[in-house]
Design a protein around this ligand. Structure first.
Ligand code: ADP
Ligand code: DP6
Ligand code: CO
Length: 326
């Protein structure tokens, strides 16, 4: 049995940074994101012989045999548990997004894996349940199952899923400053922030409030308010992370230069707002009609890519080779 799925990264407007329960991957707060229509991940899951001791994972043509393989295996263990199967699998994935660079490869990666693995193991899951499953691979992947702008609810295992919310038309311009993997992955950085940053409790209480404000701004179609909340929440997250000990600083001087350029753009009358996930790369939120101008203004700060609002994760094909004898 082979199933292939595609999913896109999402960039948080209100960030998820901290778990309430690491085993179940329950977040400390809700979060809100915009799915991208660029940088898809395509993942195939092929069930192999039961007696094989391990799953295999090939990413961008290279066989993975370390931490990311273990993470994929743990995730497949969950799927096997749900399906009552002990079949091992061969996972083959292609990221078009840089891996581990703060552009949400873990989101597109585990959303695509959730959809492909569920189909390969014969599970027929609703969007909500796929979103809950993707959550167990990477928190941000929860929001890459539904399309468009989505909210990931804080809650218990049953209640912590993502769904699309109404929002005005929006676009993003991704400025890639460094496409290499970060030194400290999101998972570890999050743990250290919770354990050592004195700002973390304030981050949790303020972000809980911002999620409500952001959903209200989305429902009202208030792009300006969405942008202001987005930029503020990103800076608050980075301040919280920088407060960890030993400190973690994802933004470089070149990232900050993009934030400055966005402030200057606003002074010139273009409504643009900057955000950045756990990495040096900056993503600029703007109105769809301004995206080419924003991209033009940011050319020179890094590799610039424009994105609209992306689609939901989807199954591309699912086939049982046994049905098609050659
Ligand atoms: P990012 O900012 O890219 O999301 P993270 O530190 O959150 O960075 O996650 C990077 C990790 O996500 C990788 O080390 C790997 O474990 C996992 N990952 C990335 N892409 C895929 C994929 N296509 N399939 C499975 N796992 C993936
Ligand atoms: C800064 O989802 O990558 O991108 O749940 O441990 O896999 P794990 O972490 P991950 O963290 C994403 C953090 C962020 C903000 C966000 O996407 O909301
Ligand atoms: Co990630």
């Amino acid at each position: 049995m082979t199933a292939t799925a595609v999913a896109h990264p999402n960039i948080a407007l209100v960030k998820y940074w901290g778990k309430a329960d690491a085993d179940l991957a329950l977040p400390a707060t809700g979060s809100v994101s915009m799915g991208l229509d660029v940088f898809p991940t395509t993942t195939s899951v092929t069930l192999t012989d039961r007696r094989e001791a391990r799953d295999t994972f090939t990413l961008n043509g290279r066989v993975v045999d370390d931490g990311p393989l273990v993470r994929v295996e743990r995730f497949l263990d969950l799927v096997r548990g749900m399906a009552g199967s002990d079949a091992r699998a061969a996972v083959v994935s292609e990221n078009t997004v840089p891996t581990g660079a703060g552009l949400a490869s873990s989101a597109s990666g585990f959303a695509a894996l959730a959809v492909a693995a569920a189909a390969a193991y014969g599970l027929d899951l609703s969007e909500r349940d796929l979103s809950r499953l993707a959550r167990r691979g990477s928190g941000s992947a929860t929001r890459s199952i539904p399309g468009g702008v989505s909210v990931w609810h804080a809650g218990d295992d049953a209640g912590s899923f993502a769904e699309t919310v109404p929002a005005p038309p929006m676009a993003m311009v991704v400025v890639t400053i460094n496409d290499g993997p970060k030194e400290i992955g999101s998972r570890e950085a999050m743990r250290r922030t919770i354990a050592t940053s004195p700002f973390y409790p304030a981050w949790v209480s303020s972000t809980t409030e911002t999620v409500g404000d952001m959903l209200a701004a989305c429902a009202a179609g208030d792009f300006t308010r969405i942008g202001e909340l987005t930029e503020s929440n990103a800076l608050r997250m980075h301040a919280t992370i920088e407060g960890a000990f030993p400190p973690i600083r994802y933004l470089t001087s070149r990232s900050v230069a993009v934030f400055d350029a966005v402030v200057a753009m606003r002074a010139d009358g273009i409504e643009a707002y900057a955000t950045a996930d756990a990495g040096p790369n900056v993503v600029v939120l703007c109105r769809p009609e301004d995206r080419a101008r924003v991209a033009g203004a940011l050319d020179g700060f890094g590799a610039v890519i424009e994105s609209g609002t992306g689609p939901a994760a989807r199954l591309l094909r699912s086939e049982d080779p046994g049905d098609h004898p050659r």
